[in-house]
Write a protein that binds this ligand. Structure first.
Ligand SMILES: O=P(O)(O)OC[C@@H](O)[C@@H](O)c1c[nH]c2ccccc12
Length: 272
């Protein structure tokens, strides 16, 4: 069984929710990405989302764009990201949380799609989040992904029509990425007031686990969401701290990232 499916089954039994931190691959370098994965795994991450930096990002706010720029400034290659994931997942003495890649369709499209998906799977990724998949390509890629048991996680937003939500719900697997707001990634002081209605509408339209991302950075926001969702995704609040990691002395910077992850995952699953 795909590790994402077993995770959500286990969480459901113990009435827990998935905490999903996002980090950019290669910021400040891939060796540190490997160390961050291990550190997040020990700090309460239930799934780890790894962003594949892209020069023309989709929906990314300034914090994540800057992180992509830092990563790409050293000539980062997609194959090297997958190599790092493979090294970390195959060498770890402990069971790691499932890792999903956040990959623009443009990256997939530039490669041979089938080969790329197989390479992702063989490297130890459990799924891919593709935020900009063209509707016409979706079904064939979903079929390929299904064949090799790689989850294909698609996004819905507050402006997606009910009809489309149902369609996306049928094609997606693993979980549904529920974008909390209309806009780009980045920390927000407030989440939309209508978020609970939006989530209960999604519950009626799909049986997939619902994970909410965009704008979430505070304990109070995580606590407000925890009864409505199956998981929470946090990117910018974590990536903002990655900028401070000193590649020559990465310990303190990695610790700072992990502390935030621990705090937020405890807010998600700790006592009310
Ligand atoms: O940064 P935020 O607001 O916490 O949102 C999560 C998000 O960063 C991460 O899932 C993500 C990064 N880049 C993306 C592009 C599209 C969709 C999602 C993403």
């Amino acid at each position: 069984m795909n590790p994402i499916d077993s995770l959500f089954q286990e969480l459901k039994k113990s009435q827990r929710k998935a905490f999903i931190p996002f980090i950019t691959a290669g910021d400040p370098n891939l060796e540190i990405t490997g160390k961050l994965i291990l550190s997040l795994a020990g700090s309460g991450a239930d799934i780890i989302e790894i962003g594949f930096p892209f020069s023309d990002p989709v929906a990314d706010g300034p914090v994540i764009q800057a992180s992509y720029t830092r990563a790409l400034s050293h000539g980062l290659k997609i194959d090297e990201i997958l190599k790092t994931v493979h090294e970390v997942t195959s060498n770890s003495a402990h069971k790691l949380p499932p890792i999903v890649g956040m990959v623009s369709y443009s990256i997939i499209h530039r490669k041979n799609t089938e080969k790329f998906l197989l390479h992702c799977k063989a490297s130890g990724l459990s799924g891919l989040i593709v935020p900009d998949m063209p509707v016409e390509e979706t079904e064939s890629i979903a079929a390929l992904a299904r064949q090799i048991d790689l989850k294909l996680i698609l996004l819905v937003t507050p402006t997606t029509s009910d009809e489309r939500i149902q369609k996306i719900g049928q094609i997606s697997s693993g979980f549904l990425y529920c974008v909390s707001l209309v806009g780009i990634t980045g920390e927000r002081a407030e989440l939309p007031e209508t978020i609970k209605e939006y989530l209960s509408k999604l519950r009626r339209l799909t049986t997939l686990p619902l994970c909410v991302g965009f704008g979430v950075s505070r304990k109070e926001q995580v606590q407000m969401l925890r009864d409505e969702v199956d998981g929470v995704i946090v990117g910018s609040a974590i990536v903002r701290l990655m900028e401070k990691i000193d590649p020559h002395n990465s310990g303190p910077g990695i610790k700072a990232v992990s502390e935030v992850v621990m705090e937020l995952s405890q807010a998600l699953n700790g006592p009310h």
